[in-house]
Design a binder for this molecule. Structure first.
Ligand SMILES: Cc1ncc(COP(=O)(O)O)c(C=O)c1O
Length: 393
């Protein structure tokens, strides 16, 4: 009982702190919007509130804050009529593959639809870990999006992590130096999460052409749609020639469909065929509603442009605010910013959570870095206000 009372007291105290934080922030924070408190973070307000929904701003998962496209919403409503039918009874999947092929300049047979690009990373991981005589090794830049590396580790494949350069770029020569006869794959994340850094397409292309002759290369292009030409050149043009090159893409970011789960792989048709048996649920995991939403979204270029423009505006504002506070900020090409927290004296995640803001923190080879996802401009103004409150002067 004593323990419960203590927790309750602590909870009330934390709640008061949280409310005080809210009062200090612009109105947007007080909007009755519910988010799960720091689901990705080991920190919540305390263990009792971790699982509770509290009002706040969710800037910890690189989500698109503008909701799904109105056309996708409409398509979802219409697709509900066929909710009793399996996806293969309808043509949406095939239509979507054709639209993707047209947009990305590949053959339709090079497109493999998945439930989010996480499914691509998982499938390719399982396929490669169990290929050949042993589990081998894989080479990753570090830090990067960790899902695939974690998957390989669980399967017993050795994950070789190569630190980014001081500018937080992939260190391609150092990664190449780690490739040996047991290497099954090299992972590239461009732009990289969490740093937002970008490899120039020509540099990456030369690397893919060199490595993918012998070793699989996985290029994660989750954030490519936030780029402007010429930076937005995909490696898709190489898949017809390099069967060991696989590209992952997602509808979660520019199309704001993170909760609807649609992604895809682009690869040589033979590679697509080899990967198909590894699709979860035999390819039935993408719901009809999600397929309909993706098909509507890919055709809604106005929505994608709006997402991209608003992200660029709010990102520039946030970068300028953090720089004014004396923080080192890595120039970002994605919908998030990575900033140096070396001088932060206490628990950054907790301090921000108490002000209603969910953000992330990285231990980058012993140095502390923060990552904030780019929300709407008013959300980023609230973030800047909270940062000014928590940063030591
Ligand atoms: C680099 C990168 N790849 C893949 C994903 C997975 O996204 P999804 O499974 O929603 O497509 C994410 C999600 O944040 C990511 O940052």
């Amino acid at each position: 009982m004593k323990n419960v009372a203590f927790n309750r007291r602590q909870w009330l105290k934390q709640g008061a702190l949280f409310t005080a934080g809210l009062a200090a922030l612009p109105e947007v924070l007080a909007a009755p919007r519910l988010v799960l408190l720091a689901p990705e973070s080991p920190y919540g307000l305390n263990e009792m509130t971790d699982h509770l929904r509290v009002p706040g701003i969710k800037l910890n998962a690189n989500e698109n804050p503008y909701g799904i496209s109105p056309k996708a919403r409409q398509a979802i409503m219409e697709s509900l009529t066929d909710g009793n039918r399996y996806g293969f009874s309808k043509s949406d999947g095939e239509q979507l593959r054709a639209k993707i092929a047209e947009k990305d300049g590949v053959a339709k047979e090079s497109v493999l639809l998945t439930a989010g690009s996480s499914e691509v990373l998982g499938m390719v991981g399982t396929y490669l870990a169990f290929s050949g005589k042993d589990r081998g090794n894989v080479v990753f830049p570090w830090p990067t999006f960790s899902l695939m590396a974690d998957h390989f580790e669980k399967l017993g494949t050795a994950v070789v992590k190569v630190p980014l350069t001081p500018d937080k770029l992939h260190d391609l020569p150092a990664m190449l130096a780690k490739v040996n006869r047991k290497t099954k794959m090299v992972y590239i994340c461009n732009p990289n999460n969490p740093t937002g850094t970008l490899l120039a397409p020509a540099t990456l292309k030369a690397f893919c052409q060199q490595v993918a002759k012998d070793v699989h290369v996985m290029v994660d292009e989750a954030y490519i749609d936030f780029l402007n030409p010429p930076d937005n050149e995909s490696m898709a043009s190489l898949v017809a020639t390099y069967p060991k090159l696989i590209i992952s893409r997602t509808f979660s970011k520019i199309y704001a469909m993170a909760g609807l789960r649609v992604g895809y792989a682009l690869a040589h048709p033979d590679t697509v065929k080899a990967l198909e048996p590894f699709r979860h649920g035999g390819g039935l995991v993408i719901s009809n509603t999600s397929l309909a939403a993706a098909l509507a979204s890919i055709q809604d270029t106005d929505f994608a442009r709006m997402s991209k423009d608003k992200n660029a505006e709010a990102r520039a504002y946030t970068q300028a605010e953090l720089t004014k506070m004396g923080l080192k900020v890595v120039p970002s090409h994605g919908n998030f910013l990575y900033f140096d927290l070396a001088k932060y004296p206490s628990d950054f995640i907790k301090d921000m959570a108490q002000r209603g803001l969910m953000v992330r923190q990285w231990d980058d080879y012993g140095t502390k870095w923060g990552r904030v996802s780019i929300g709407t401009l008013p959300e980023m103004q609230a973030f800047a206000t909270a940062m000014k409150q928590v940063m030591p002067s």
